[in-house]
Design a protein around this ligand. Structure first.
Ligand code: LLP
Length: 437
């Protein structure tokens, strides 16, 4: 993956830094991000749009990994930003991210969150439902402040890794139904509002998608709707946002396309469909999360105990687990790994990599081919950059790992390791006498 290699000592290197040294300096478990790889991915998406000569925004879907440092790199790489909560928005503002390029998502944004978006002056709000339209009208009229909006619609396409299904009416908690009039009602409620500037439609059809056909179908459906509004009301939406969801390679079984391929196919379809419908070609916006940051992340763990269940399997336990990466336990997600301090050693054994949480289901990898492991060995688990740290918890009161960025042979701490004191920081004492009547 990316700039990973093996050095003379047989150690895994990431971004030109020795993983054994990283573990020594920063401790484990440790999230290591190969920032050059994130930059490469960001540039590849943008380059494809530039070559096609089409207007675009590539918004980093920061739910995948949200920290001040990654927002700063995203800004350096001219990305836009998709945030989904006051917390992500606050982090972006703290990072100095250009507010005009922030897009706000969510199916239940609170009044306070929307007010914050106006106060900060973000680029646009992706409107999810009628309640939100009411709130936005109220805030914009009270403030006499305009705001760009996109309407999120459910096009009735559910994309999965290798295929998609079309459903008449998608059963989703997100967005306005495209077929049964909800999108039209939302259009009617917003398109001629004095302060809300309707600039386009949005859809997000799934995640870890390996195929372009579902994106193509979705863009056709949204363009048809936009074209209908042009015919009926003479209203033109300049933006088509097709969401994120581009797949990445977690294990050898996964065969995703290159970012450029997804984008090229989208552009072709949007150009062709616009032409067929006599509609001006809209800007295409996308929101990749996983495909920008996923394979940039590696987690380093120290192996502790091992256990053999005779004739069944060998367990090797690491000093983290579902508390820093819930994806295997939650989704059955698969990962590949390497013994980072003995990266050249032949794999002779098969281990189940167990976490340290008090749950049998806390297994990071079911079958990892590794050399014989010993306590103190360093395990690198690859492709943990998306939805790993961002979904980490303090289950079992385990402190969350540190995060370092590596680039050009240098490393820098960007999130400190939590301490036990951090874990009780919000706790208050209780005494029966102090209860107020
Ligand atoms: N845009 C919207 C509106 C989304 O809901 C999402 C992801 C994205 C963009 C980015 O999708 P990506 O490019 O990362 O696939 N926790 C799950 C993934 C949840 C995705 C939620 N929405 C996982 O770990 O696989």
């Amino acid at each position: 993956y990316g700039t990973q290699a093996i050095n003379e000592q047989g150690h895994l290197t990431i971004g030109g830094t020795d993983s054994v040294e990283l573990a020594k300096n920063y401790g484990t478990p440790l999230y290591v991000y190969d920032i050059q790889l994130f930059r490469d991915r960001a540039r590849a998406f943008q380059q494809t749009f530039k070559e096609a000569g089409i207007g675009y925004q590539v918004a980093y879907a920061s739910k995948a990994f949200s920290t001040i440092a990654i927002y700063q790199v995203a800004a350096e790489e001219n990305l836009s930003l998709d945030v989904v909560s006051a917390g992500e928005l606050y982090t972006a503002v703290k990072a100095g991210f250009p507010v005009g390029k922030i897009h706000f998502h969510g199916n239940n944004k609170s009044l306070e969150e929307l007010q914050m978006a106006f106060r900060v002056g973000i680029g646009c709000i992706v409107v999810d439902n009628f309640h939100e339209i009411d709130l936005l009208k109220k805030i914009s009229e009270q403030n006499k402040q305009s705001m760009n909006i996109l309407l999120r619609v459910t096009p009735g396409i559910e994309a999965h890794t290798h295929d998609y299904i079309t459903t008449g009416q998608e059963d989703s908690k997100f967005g306005f139904d495209l077929k049964n009039g909800q999108a039209d009602d939302a259009f009617n409620q917003t398109y001629n509002h004095g302060y809300l500037k309707l600039i386009g439609l949005h859809c997000h059809i799934g995640s870890q998608i390996f195929d372009t056909s579902a994106f193509q179908l979705a863009s056709e459906k949204l363009l048809q709707k936009m074209s209908g509004w042009k015919q009926e009301f003479g209203y033109i939406c300049p933006v088509l946002n097709l969401g994120g969801g581009f797949g990445i390679r977690y294990t050898a079984e996964d065969a995703p396309l290159k970012p450029a391929v997804y984008v090229k196919k989208m552009i072709e379809t949007v150009k062709q469909t616009s032409e067929d419908l006599g509609y001006p070609i809209p800007e295409i916006w996308i929101e990749p999360g996983r495909s920008l940051i996923g394979d940039a992340g590696t987690t380093l763990y120290t192996i502790g105990s091992t256990k053999e269940v005779p004739k069944m399997r060998k367990y090797a336990a690491v000093d983290g687990g579902m508390s820093d990466n819930i994806r295997p336990a939650l989704y059955g997600a698969k990962y590949s790994s390497l013994l980072a301090n003995k990266a050249n050693a032949l794999s002779t054994e098969q281990y189940t990599i167990a976490g340290k949480c008090c749950e049998s289901g806390d297994k990071l990898i079911e079958q990892a081919d590794l050399p014989t492991v010993e306590a103190g060995d360093l395990l690198g688990v690859f492709c943990t950059g998306a939805y790993g740290y961002s979904m980490a918890s303090n289950y079992n009161r385990i402190a969350r790992p540190a995060v370092v960025f590596v680039e050009n042979g240098m490393s820098q701490l960007v999130v400190k390791r939590e301490t036990n004191a951090d874990l009780v920081k919000q706790d208050l004492s209780y005494s029966q006498k102090a209860i107020q009547k």
